[in-house]
Design a protein around this ligand. Structure first.
Ligand SMILES: *Cc1c(COP(=O)(O)O)cnc(C)c1O
Length: 359
């Protein structure tokens, strides 16, 4: 039975309508049966890397590693780049996970926390012994973002410290100057409109000097997916293990599709839809933006305080064909979160706003 509801959830979310066709084309060509150590696979790998680099303006200084998801990226980053001290800006659940990952790997991370719904104060001083600064650029649990200009300013104050940013729910929309960003990562079931199970780590090759040093000092840098191994295979257009070929193939096709539209157009549309949500819902009774300070409000994850009407609102939206996310953690029953990714159309966005206004 065909299901016609649209997912405006934060991820997994609505798929690109062409995903089925692209998968079928790959199956028809038997691409999921070929060896991952041959020329034919290398073409898929390099096709994907080329389109992704074009889409996100990633320079040759940076490599692309494929992982199982964003959480694996967090683990590998800590394992391969931090002897002891990472510093984490934490204002929600996903930033917290990054911090917890460092603790679980027996590091001694610094915690720089802000309340949920607030922006991070990136003007604070960072401890001298910090090796890596970690920022969740778009915090999916709360809808608060860290403006890229503030991230660059922090990097300018600490040019010798590596910086890793989680862009899971801001990519591909977010515009990044990779001259200033060492590491960024995302998984594909959010803004890229794909089935889950693929993480993408974008990393400056300079970072591997640290990994090599750590290896020589006998730190545990992990096994198959440590950065030295991953880099070696990256240069061969291959992966360390038999990879998620359907994921890599689909990412190639999605990036090709987005490049066809043009990233600037996608950014403009995302901003137009976001400003519709924020302007149209501003004075609606019973609805309040969780992120109060405008400059920290996410363009891609809209989080609304709706109180006890939450269940009724979600049901009404479902009856009109739209599925949105609940709040996260303790806000589960009093908030809704609406994703605003490139595949989410402006007409649907307007309909959701109309439904919310009537409640
Ligand atoms: C969803 C999400 C993650 C986790 O992604 P996985 O692919 O499930 O590992 C990490 N960070 C942010 C900001 C997210 O939204």
């Amino acid at each position: 039975m065909k299901q016609n509801k649209k997912y405006f959830t934060c991820g997994p979310t609505e798929l690109y309508p062409d995903i089925g066709r692209w998968l079928q084309e790959a199956i028809d060509q038997k691409l999921f049966s070929i060896t991952h150590r041959g020329k034919e696979y290398e073409n898929i790998f390099s096709g994907c890397v080329t389109e992704l680099k074009a889409l996100m303006n990633i320079p040759e200084t940076h490599s692309i590693f494929f992982m199982s998801g964003a959480t694996e990226c967090m683990e590998r980053i800590i394992e391969n780049l931090v002897e002891e001290k990472s510093a984490h800006f934490v204002n929600g659940a996903f930033a917290e996970r990054f911090y917890t990952t460092a603790k679980e790997l027996k590091k001694e991370p610094y915690l720089l926390s802000a309340d949920w719904g607030k922006g991070n104060d990136l003007s604070v001083d960072i401890s001298k012994d910090t090796e890596l600064i970690c920022i969740t650029q778009n915090e999916t649990s709360t809808g608060a973002l860290s403006p890229m200009e503030e991230i660059y300013a922090l990097k300018d104050r600490y040019p010798d410290k590596m910086m890793a940013i989680d862009i899971v729910t801001s990519s591909p929309y977010v515009k990044i100057d990779f001259k200033k960003i060492d590491i960024a990562f995302f998984s594909v079931q959010k803004g890229f409109g794909m089935p889950a199970g693929l993480g993408v780590l974008i990393i400056n090759n300079k970072c591997f000097e640290k990994t090599l040093e750590m290896k020589e000092m006998n730190f545990n840098i992990g096994t198959y997916n440590n950065f030295l191994n991953a880099y070696k295979y990256y240069t061969l257009n291959q992966n360390t293990i038999t990879p998620n070929v359907p994921g890599i193939y689909l990412l190639w096709k999605v990036c090709e599709h987005l490049n066809g539209i043009g990233i600037e157009k996608i950014r403009k549309e995302t901003e137009e839809k976001a400003s519709l949500y924020y302007s149209e819902l501003k004075n609606v009774n019973g609805i309040e933006f969780f992120v109060q300070e405008e400059k920290y409000r996410s363009k891609t994850i809209i989080v609304l305080n709706v109180g006890e009407k939450q269940k009724a609102i979600k049901e009404k939206l479902i009856s009109e064909g739209y599925i949105v996310s609940s709040g996260y953690g303790k806000f589960k029953d009093t908030q809704i979160r609406i994703a605003n990714f490139p595949m989410h159309g402006v007409e649907d966005c307007k309909k959701i706003i109309e439904i919310l206004k009537k409640i």
